[in-house]
Design a protein around this ligand. Structure first.
Ligand code: 3HC
Ligand code: NAI
Length: 643
């Protein structure tokens, strides 16, 4: 860590260098404090530029210090000290100014950002509120509405938006240091603006705050920090600066010690550890060209994800008609993105132009990576890989997206099986962040490393999984659903189970989710296993599917649905079909139901770890949070069960 001072005439340049992200650990806080003191007492200095070395401006408080007692100088005091500096400080922002980093920037008299930079207050995503005046200075800098958006969502904003919101004073391009020094010089001939803490703030009326509260409560679904942040912002808008600061600090310290903050920190570090497991030593292969076999739900989603990463895609389907359907699937993904404002028409066109579609495998002769996403049928997949073995380069990486089939059987007979690997995407593949990476015993270390590198390229979270029925995620899902059915058999109403899991933080309960996705997929998989001679006991879901109740698409499954209405209603037909299987049992509370189901998930997770299917508990937590909607603020089933 270093804080160095050099000079450009009467402007001093303070450079912070604390790799990797210039987090505000104690030593950096002290270093900055000392720099303010030094420069205040140097009469030859008239203005100061604060700039950072490395990939980013200060990315926030040092999260690794959060489990420990705070050590002075405390960050709010440092921000105050900066604001009271006798010379104007200019924060020169590149990369991200986040959390404490943006708070330091607000202690400066001016903020100049590189056009590629972003700023934000992501504290609520760590289960806390800003702790160094983020809730108090931001409304004074940019108004209450902007502050509420920034603080309660935790979403950073890009430089252009930050300028329009009043969060930064200028955007520059090119040489940030030179531009910031020039900006600092200009400020010397103009009257200085007031320090932010002295600026006025106008509070909206009570009804506005109530509306915000309702909207945030709906969105946050059990998460504490966003609502507590709103309380801090209201305090900042209605009370004197010092009182609001005291409230913010107390809230910050309280939440920092909360279970939710611990869970969110656990996921934060798990996400950052996931792409770089210790055993991954081989060099990944570079991927410049890709192909997807099968343009259905998954194939189209995977192709969209590859295009989003800028990779050209060849899409192979069975025949001309299927090629057209595959292209239409892909087009509808991009059209949807245009409608939601995520892509411009021109970007959508470019995405489509990067796709070559056909049914001729000769198109794959020079492809670096092929991902198969055809029907979940061993013989169909084997036939595809036989052709890939004949047509692709001997060093092309060949991957399967199978959900349940044994990748070893799919790869049987493939020449150079060391380049074969499972890459299990989640639906919709262009949206869901999880990628299960499934090596076989013959997969080469370089192929495995390429799977991880691809995940990085696609912005996915990679988790390595061993081979078993359902890998990590679907195996736990099966256990979760089985436990939910056990509760139903023991007399707990279906709707009570769904409500309990929603109250726990899932967007949907297990039965609503099955009705949405369709009960037939899992049913067909069970039937397949039965046909193969496995002993798979009859499930309640089997009874429903056999009676034609496959979920919303058939007008009913676990629940009934009125035509055109997706609201689940308890169904007499379902009750009648299952009546003989349901015993009268004790009434469980919502907490007891959630505990039964999450404990079942954790128990399966333990078994998965014992068998070496998952490498570490936090990988299982990432799978559940990013693939199955487990509430992030609960930290995942393994964390919730005590690690
Ligand atoms: N504290 C400690 N370590 C941090 C950190 C932080 N705030 N932010 C990132 N790191 C570490 C990561 O764990 C990782 O470590 P590793 O190399 O040992 O795994 C390393 O820095 C690099 O991080 P990324 O892989 O995330 O790097 P990227 O370049 O992809 O992203 C970033 C950079 C956008 C700055 C991203 O790291 C990020 O979003 N960081 C978190 C920012 C944040 O949440 N700040 C608020 C903190 S809370 C706060 O400030 C409270 C205050 O109000 C009092
Ligand atoms: P789908 O039925 O929507 O699409 C399959 C596509 O493959 C169809 O378009 C079909 O025409 C094409 N196809 C079949 N045989 C082919 C061949 N020989 N050559 C070229 N194309 C061929 O199925 P979906 O849901 O996309 O699933 C595909 C694979 O992804 C399966 O292995 C499935 O288990 C897996 N998967 C599915 C998930 C889901 O949620 N749907 C999630 C994760 C994996």
């Amino acid at each position: 860590m270093s804080v160095t001072i050099d000079r450009d005439g009467e402007v001093a340049v303070v450079t912070v260098d604390n790799p990797p992200v210039n987090a505000l650990g104690q030593a950096l806080r002290q270093g900055l404090w000392d720099a303010v003191e030094t420069l205040d007492s140097d009469p030859s200095v008239r203005a100061v530029v604060l700039i950072c070395a490395g990939r980013t401006f200060i990315a926030g408080a040092d999260v690794t210090e959060f489990g420990k007692p705070p050590v002075p100088p405390h960050l709010p005091d440092l921000v105050d000290r900066l604001e009271q500096a006798t010379k104007p400080w200019v924060a020169a922002i590149h990369g991200s100014a986040l959390g404490g980093g943006f708070e330091v920037a607000m202690g400066c008299r001016f903020r100049v950002a590189l056009d590629s930079a972003s700023v934000g207050l992501p504290e609520v995503t760590l289960g806390i509120v800003p702790g160094a005046s983020g809730t108090v200075r931001t409304p004074r800098l940019a108004g209450v509405e902007a502050a509420v958006e920034l603080v309660t969502t935790g979403r950073p904003v890009k430089a252009a938006k930050a300028l329009s919101m009043g969060l930064v004073d200028a955007i520059v391009s090119g040489d940030l240091r030179a531009e910031a020094v020039a900006f600092a010089r200009k400020t010397l001939v103009q009257p200085l603006p007031q320090p932010i803490s002295a600026r006025p703030v106008t509070s909206p009326d009570g009804a506005w705050w109530d509306d915000q509260r309702k909207a945030i409560a709906r969105r946050a679904r059990g998460e504490i920090a966003p609502l507590r942040a709103l309380d801090c912002l209201r305090m900042a808008a209605e009370k004197p600066f010092a009182e609001a600061m005291a409230h913010e600090r107390a809230t910050f310290l309280e939440l920092r010690a909360s279970d939710q903050a611990a869970a969110l920190r656990h996921i934060f570090f798990a996400e950052r550890a996931a792409p770089k497991p210790a055993h991954l030593e081989a060099k990944p292969r570079e991927i410049h060209s890709t192909a997807v076999i099968g343009g259905g739900t998954m194939g189209a989603g995977i192709a969209a994800a590859l295009r989003e990463a800028g990779l050209p895609v060849v899409l192979i389907e069975r025949d001309a008609e299927a090629v057209e359907r595959g292209l239409a699937n892909l087009r509808s993904i991009f059209d949807g993105a245009v409608k939601r404002g995520k892509l411009t028409e021109a970007q959508a066109r470019t995405r489509m132009e990067g796709v070559t579609a056909g049914s001729d495998y000769a198109l794959l002769a020079d492809t670096d990576l092929v991902i198969e996403a055809v029907f979940e049928d061993l013989s169909v997949k084997r036939a595809v890989f036989a052709r890939l073995g004949q047509t692709c380069r001997a060093d092309a990486i060949l991957a399967t997206n199978t959900s349940y089939l044994d990748p070893r059987l799919i790869a049987e007979g493939l020449p150079n099986p060391d380049r074969f690997i499972g890459l299990h995407f989640f639906s919709p593949a262009n949206v869901m962040k999880l990628l299960e990476i499934v090596p076989t015993p013959t997969t080469a270390p370089g192929t495995l490393a390429t799977g991880f590198a691809l995940a990085r390229q696609l912005g996915k979270i990679p988790v390595q999984a061993g081979i078993c029925d359902g890998f990590i995620g679907n195996r736990i899902l099966k256990r979760y659903r089985a436990e939910a059915e056990t509760l139903v058999r023991d007399g707990t109403p279906i709707a009570a189970i769904d409500a309990a899991m929603r109250a726990y933080g899932f967007a949907m309960g297990p039965f609503e989710a099955q009705d949405l996705g369709g009960l037939d997929i899992a049913y067909l998989q069970r039937e397949g296993a039965r046909a193969a001679g496995q002993d798979v006991p009859e499930t309640l879901g089997d009874i429903l599917v056999r009676a034609g109740r496959k979920g919303q698409k058939t007008g009913g499954g676990w629940y009934g649905y009125a035509p055109g209405d997706r609201t689940p209603k308890p169904s007499d037909t379902t009750a009648g079909l299952l009546a003989g299987r349901i015993a009268a049992g004790p009434t469980l509370t919502a907490e007891e139901i959630a505990s039964r189901l999450t404990s079942a998930m954790a128990a399966e997770g333990k078994a998965i770890l014992a068998e070496g299917i998952a490498l570490k508990p936090s990988d299982i937590d990432l799978v559940e949070v990013h693939g199955y909607g487990y509430p992030r603020w609960r930290g995942g089933p393994m964390f919730a069960a005590g690690g």
